[in-house]
Design a protein around this ligand. Structure first.
Ligand code: ARG
Length: 460
């Protein structure tokens, strides 16, 4: 069997070169989209009067049989199938005869592959959106459980100020919410129809591209045929959204590894999400989280790879563009593997509010002590220095900050009064942060309700 484009070529070609050029090993994942695109194209050719109604029916039925073969996994690829498009067309001619050769009228693999790929990505993004939502739901449930439980908050990994477990859990909810918006934006940029652009210059037949777009579920029609066959912005949009989602999963994983570790002990990761050591019998390693963190590398790599591939392309289709697919497929597979695992891990996490409370160091209230002085009319900058002196005195005398006597504090500043003892209370400190986004009960409850609304799709 000769190649689709074999007419002007002499000889059989080099098998090594054929293997190098072929994309069938990975673009077979576009099988259903290729058949759907071809069925719609046959209908469009019929509408344009290029195919008779009978020819359209024959071709569409042949394509339906091919779809069945893909579904049943009985489709047999031939050694000469270079990519999914040639495989489907070869099989179509086998099934319906020479009329199958009319399907490629006015179409190119250049507009075809871009169409298939966009269709594939649109449904892949729908799957990921559902998976991110499940992870968000798991975080929401854990946040609700100990919404107000005090916990040390950290900057630079140093104890900083008190927060709550719920506030922490929700701090990992919102990045995922932004990820869903980025994924939705990548879906919108995918939903533009290239088919009908031909190889680069448009199609020479009176195709109703608007009807074609509607048939295939595209929201718009690409305006420039030359742009349409080479535009991979949608893939880059997706890979950026995927990479940043990977970064967020990695940060969550890293934080949980620390919180589950011996220095913190705030949570326990379920046995199912850990593995043992082949050598050290006592070990319980958080492999699931480490892999989630590690896989971020390839997500970032795929984005870089695609951008570098695109940057040298002069105009319209170049074979370099075949490199777009493996990056996107692997980014999808990586996330589709990690997201449900992370949702399960969050759902099975044991949370220890007592350990968090025990880790609260009175030093975390130094800012509140400075704010107390501000309440007495001391400028904040000065208050910061005065409390710094109190912290040093406590440290040097080996006592916690609240154990300093009033006289000692008054030696530092006359502004300290007997009411200073009220500062040293966790709930008071949390409750003082009552502005939107803070740790006060009302602010936390409002944040939680807002998160629920966002997840239910009622916000924004
Ligand atoms: N397998 C190719 C790809 O993935 C399909 C388009 C081939 N077009 C061409 N003119 N060789 O990009």
């Amino acid at each position: 069997m000769t190649k689709l484009w074999g007419g002007r070529f002499a000889g059989e070609g080099d098998p090594q070169v054929h293997a190098f050029n072929a994309s069938i090993a990975f673009d077979r994942r576009l099988a259903h989209q290729d058949v759907a695109g071809s069925r719609a194209w046959a209908r469009a050719l019929g509408r344009a009067g290029i195919l008779t109604a009978d020819e359209v029916t024959q071709i569409r039925q042949g394509l339906r049989q091919i779809a069945e073969e893909f579904r049943a996994e009985s489709f047999v690829f031939a050694a000469t199938d270079e990519d999914i498009h040639t495989a489907v067309e070869r099989r179509l001619v086998e099934i319906v005869g020479p009329v199958g050769g009319k399907l490629h009228t006015g179409r190119s693999r250049n507009d075809q592959v871009a169409t298939d790929f966009r269709l594939w990505l649109m449904s892949a993004i729908d799957v990921l959106d559902g998976q991110v939502r499940s992870l968000q739901a798991a975080l929401l449930a854990r946040a609700r459980q100990h919404l107000r439980a005090p916990m040390p908050g950290y900057t630079h990994m140093q104890p900083a100020q008190p927060v709550t477990w719920g506030h922490w859990a929700l701090s990992h909810f919102w990045p995922l919410e932004r990820d869903r918006r980025r994924l939705a934006a990548a879906r919108s940029s995918s939903a533009v129809l290239p088919l009908g652009s031909g190889a680069l210059a448009g199609t020479g037949f009176p195709i109703d591209r608007t009807a074609l777009a509607a048939d295939l579920g595209f929201a718009a029609v690409a305006s420039n045929s030359m742009d349409a066959v080479s535009d991979r912005d949608f893939a880059a949009d997706f890979l950026f959204a995927a990479a940043l989602l990977g970064v967020h999963l990695s940060r969550l994983a890293e934080q949980l590894i620390l919180f589950a570790g011996p220095g913190f002990g705030f949570v326990r990761i379920d046995d199912a999400d850990c593995t043992g050591s082949s050598l050290m019998p006592q070990k319980r390693n958080p492999d699931t989280l480490e892999l989630t963190r590690g896989k971020c590398g390839r997500l970032v790599g795929h984005l870089t790879a695609l951008l570098v591939t695109l940057k040298g392309l002069p105009s319209t289709y170049d074979k370099d563009l075949q490199e777009d697919k493996e990056a996107v497929f692997d980014a999808y597979d990586t996330l589709a593997g990690a997201l449900p695992v992370m949702a399960g891990l969050i759902g099975a996490l044991e949370v220890y509010p007592e350990a968090m409370r025990a880790a609260l160091d009175p030093g975390l209230l130094a800012t509140d002590l400075a704010d107390y002085l501000v309440g007495k009319g001391v400028p904040f900058r000065e208050a910061h220095g005065l409390v710094g002196r109190a912290v040093r005195l406590a440290e040097e005398s080996g006592r916690p900050l609240p154990s300093l006597r009033l006289e000692e504090l008054r030696d530092i500043s006359e502004a300290f009064g007997p009411d200073v003892t009220a500062v040293f209370d966790w709930e008071t400190a949390l409750e003082r942060r009552a502005a939107i986004g803070g740790t006060a009960i009302a602010a936390l409850e409002a944040q939680w309700r807002e998160a629920v609304r966002a997840l239910e799709g009622l916000a924004g």
